[in-house]
Design a protein around this ligand. Structure first.
Ligand SMILES: Cc1cc2nc3c(=O)[nH]c(=O)nc-3n(C[C@H](O)[C@H](O)[C@H](O)COP(=O)(O)O)c2cc1C
Length: 210
């Protein structure tokens, strides 16, 4: 039940007080994102951690002027690969072989299958697939933040092209997918903090087929 208590505590904070999240908590949140499962284990995204005040100030106007962008402790940018390349696929398969210390025929066949499909696909389709994987890590980081007693606001309300430009992401083969300011709620300025959490009833969410 402890996890559900924390998930009930969390909400999409609308105002933060500027206090700093201790590094240990930040690292735990990032580790939760790193541990997220991804399609074929490719982890096709990176996380940019912005502490820099000027960068936050540049991003705020292209993120609907949301105050949490500048009043957060750290602004996490989940940036997905702009496409799947042979090099990127090989990197993860080689890393797996290195870490496990052996090569496996089935795994190598699977590598060839991915090499003969993903890199030939349209970059936009690949980016959309990669962004979905970034969202899995994003969600895991959101839950980890709650576990650590750290507030986090999921943010899709921003201009990705503008954020990519500010951070020079395209040059690195990345595209911003979703933002997550983390910090601490400023209760007296947050209209959402005391409102009851709204979710549709379980019966409208889950269908059991026996
Ligand atoms: C992918 C995603 C993008 C979101 N973008 C924004 C946003 O730009 N600004 C904002 O204030 N809330 C944003 N939200 C917050 C949602 O409105 C909020 O999670 C939802 O209403 C449920 O409320 P709760 O998170 O407080 O429980 C976003 C949530 C998600 C999951």
């Amino acid at each position: 039940m402890e996890l559900l208590d924390k998930l009930n505590w969390r909400y999409a904070a609308k105002a933060m007080n500027g206090d700093t999240v201790p590094d240990e908590k930040l690292q735990n949140i990032l580790e939760a994102a790193r541990l997220a499962p991804t399609s074929s284990g490719l982890q096709p995204f990176e996380i940019i951690v912005i502490e820099n005040k000027e960068l936050k100030e540049q991003i705020k106007p292209v993120a609907w002027n949301q105050s949490v962008i500048t009043d957060c402790s750290h602004l996490l940018v989940f940036a997905a690969w702009d496409t799947y390349t042979e090099e990127r696929i090989n990197y993860m398969f080689d890393l797996t072989n290195d870490i496990r210390g052996f090569k496996n025929e089935g795994w190598e066949n699977y590598r060839q299958m991915l090499l003969s499909s993903y890199p030939q696909k349209d970059a936009e389709e690949n980016f959309n697939h990669a962004a979905k994987q970034a969202y899995i890590a994003f969600s895991q980081a959101l839950a980890a933040a709650a576990f650590e007693g750290v507030d986090a606001t999921p943010i899709e309300g921003f201009d990705p092209d503008a954020v990519d430009k500010i951070l020079g992401l395209r040059e690195k083969g990345l595209r911003s997918a979703v933002l997550m300011p983390i910090g601490y709620r400023k209760e007296n300025e947050d209209w959402l903090v005391n409102l009851v959490k709204v979710r549709k009833p379980m019966e409208d969410l889950v269908t059991v087929m026996k």
